[in-house]
Write a protein that binds this ligand. Sequence first.
Ligand SMILES: Cc1ncc(COP(=O)(O)O)c(C=O)c1O
Length: 429
Amino acid sequence: MAGERLAQGLAELAGERVDHRFKGLPPDAEGRTVGELAAERRNLFRDGFTTPVLALSAESVAHNLALLETYTERHGLAFAPHGKTCMAPQLFARQLAHGAWGITAAVPHQVRVYRRFGIDRIFLANELVDAAALRWLAAELAADPGFRFVCYVDSLRGIELMDTALREAGATRPVDVVVELGAGEGARTGVRTGAECLELADAIAGVDTLRLVGVAGYEGEVPDATPERVTAWLRRLVALAVEFDASGRFADLDRIIVSAGGSAWFDAVAEVFAEVPELSAPVLKLLRSGAYVSHDDGHYSAVTPFRRIPEEGALRPAFRLWAQVVSRPTPEQAFLNAGKRDAAHDLHLPRAQVVRSGRDGTLRPADGITVTGLSDQHAWVATERPGDLEVGDWVGLGLSHPCTSFDKWQLIPLVEEDGTVTDYLRTFF
Ligand SMILES: Cc1ncc(COP(=O)(O)O)c(C=O)c1O
């Protein structure tokens, strides 16, 4: 049934009309469905797309999906890719087809999107204390016995709020929860001490509406992270699972969940999770990387674990934002028509990679061309030589941070190496 809902949801996306809501798409495609436009296999550079337009490399995404499938399999990890990165059901479907156990969410709205597309295993890597969202969740769990949902707990007050809302909603199934262990002093959410973890586990056991199924946390928030600090924190997380189990706090479970892992430290997660001893039930070692799917040309290129383990492969940056030179007021300055509305800018500025001549479409490296700032709708560019750029040229920009690249685009062309657009990814932010 879940598979059918996903297939139906994807068919609905293919049936959506292309129009003014979707920037960058060809004006003459107005009124076609996404499926019809994809079938035309237009060329990104020649067939009417307007700048700025964000392109996602079909080959690189396929490579990244396959690489993390291989990696998780090799290391005995289950995978719930973080869906908040792309919020693109078409990519969720591919992640599941590549062996993912389920999809991770950060907030209840994302869970609603996932459910609309029939995702039946959802790991909410966050606390959930919103009564209205809990009422909706209770109804969703009651309506679908196949729906598996897990979320974090890190406070007694949170347990009380969850219990009250679920009881008032007449919840028919307990909500599965994991205790979130904070990643250290000064880190984000999560319990700071072992004693508090035990106190929470007891409080969960004291209410009928919740069931303790494991432990989790996010090593990406370890303060001043080094491999040693991240590994030490992951060992604390595993020790907590062992302690809960030894003290009988995981009663009658078919699976105990131990979860960590974004896209910066999955090598450490794999190493430490390999040390998880036998517990009273099989352990679902759940990795939650999200950024890997598009990877990037900035932050994640710098922090990817594959720099430490090159023998296991390498992710490929999949985004290229194409913007056009609209003004060249001085020999040193050029302005592109893409700005903060179009490009991730929370970690680094975009980097000029390649120039496509506005005269004849030839490509050249973006030598001497530097993005120095972003306005809302403009990129400020410094050039070394007058001939580096002219009005009308297209500049291909590499981006830093997948999450804040996806969220600026609602329909993203999936583009093959030669410029052929094979599909369009719908996002829900
Ligand atoms: C709790 C949690 N888990 C997993 C992830 C995924 O990490 P990444 O974006 O590095 O893939 C994030 C990202 O912010 C997160 O906050």
